[in-house]
Design a protein around this ligand. Structure first.
Ligand SMILES: [Zn+2]
Length: 280
């Protein structure tokens, strides 16, 4: 099968960002890497290395920070480790895992490529770039090790995959809607303006975007739990709320699916009820 790759490079408010796209059949996905103040944020997918290499080679950076372990954010890490004198930092939860060969499903290896093992150091709660201090914000839900980065000098937020789209229609099987809602609430307690999302790119008003997503997810959660309370099954709720099936569902053999949103909400909803009944 023929895979097409392309990239664009832009600069906004002191941030250079490269947006790479992989297209395979009817499925086309993009991912961004950012450089600002001597820091590279996320490293794209190994499938994109042929078009990302020159960006990495020219990037004037002394450290690399990674929002989460997924292969479209860590695919260039090994190349950077071999070619640049810049340590890589990420949440310690997945540091052992990324030292080993990639184990994610075949369709993801075909699409994003195989992430080569690399060595990372634990990122901690803050870090410094050439002229700024940064806050590392724990934002699990999309992935257990997901973190967002806030530049305290500029108020720019690098949100990894926490935002992506204001109206989430598909998630991975292991994602948690409730954790994503709580992570958005945590992020909204900080002062920030511009946001750089690894898939949506530049978002001028990051707070407004996250508030919109928060409303959508909390309303969706409440609707799902209301329908469940009325006696609808998970499958009936799914069909009412998400009548459309997206190409990525078939392409991913169901690893991405709207059904996982319903199941995640019901799982956490039920957990709350169980906890409530065990409290004396
Ligand atoms: Zn991801």
């Amino acid at each position: 099968m023929f895979i097409k790759r392309s990239k664009t490079i832009e600069e906004i408010s002191g941030v250079t960002y490269m947006n790479g796209t992989v297209k395979l059949g009817s499925v086309s996905l993009n991912v961004c890497s950012f450089v600002t103040d001597g820091v590279l944020i996320d490293t794209g997918a190994s499938r994109l290395l042929p078009v990302f290499k020159s960006f990495f080679d020219e990037a004037d950076v002394d450290k690399v920070v990674i929002t989460h372990h997924h292969e479209d954010h860590t695919g260039g890490a090994r190349y950077i480790q071999e070619t640049k004198n810049a340590p890589i930092y990420m949440n310690e939860k997945m540091i052992e895992s990324v030292k080993k060969r990639a184990t994610y499903p075949l369709y993801r290896k075909i699409f994003w490529g195989v992430r080569k093992p690399f060595d990372a150091r634990p990122i901690g709660e803050t870090f410094e770039s050439r002229s700024a201090k940064w806050t590392v914000i724990e934002t699990p839900g999309h992935a257990i090790d997901h973190v967002a980065f806030l530049n305290q000098e500029t108020g720019q937020l690098f949100s990894g995959d926490l935002f992506v789209h204001p109206e989430t229609k598909l998630i991975l099987r292991e994602e948690s809607i409730q954790q994503i809602i709580e992570s958005i609430e945590r992020v909204l307690t900080y002062d920030f303006g511009e946001m750089f999302c690894c898939h949506a790119g530049y978002v001028k008003d990051g707070k407004k975007a996250f508030k919109k997503k928060h409303s959508y997810l909390t309303e969706l959660r409440d609707r799902v739990l209301d329908l469940a309370a009325k006696g609808y099954t998970a499958d009936e709720i799914y069909k009412r709320i998400f009548p459309k099936t997206y190409p990525l569902v078939y392409f991913s053999f169901g690893e991405w699916h709207s059904k996982h949103i319903i199941h995640s909400i019901l799982r956490d909803g039920r957990d709350d009820e169980e906890n409530a009944t065990t409290v004396p």
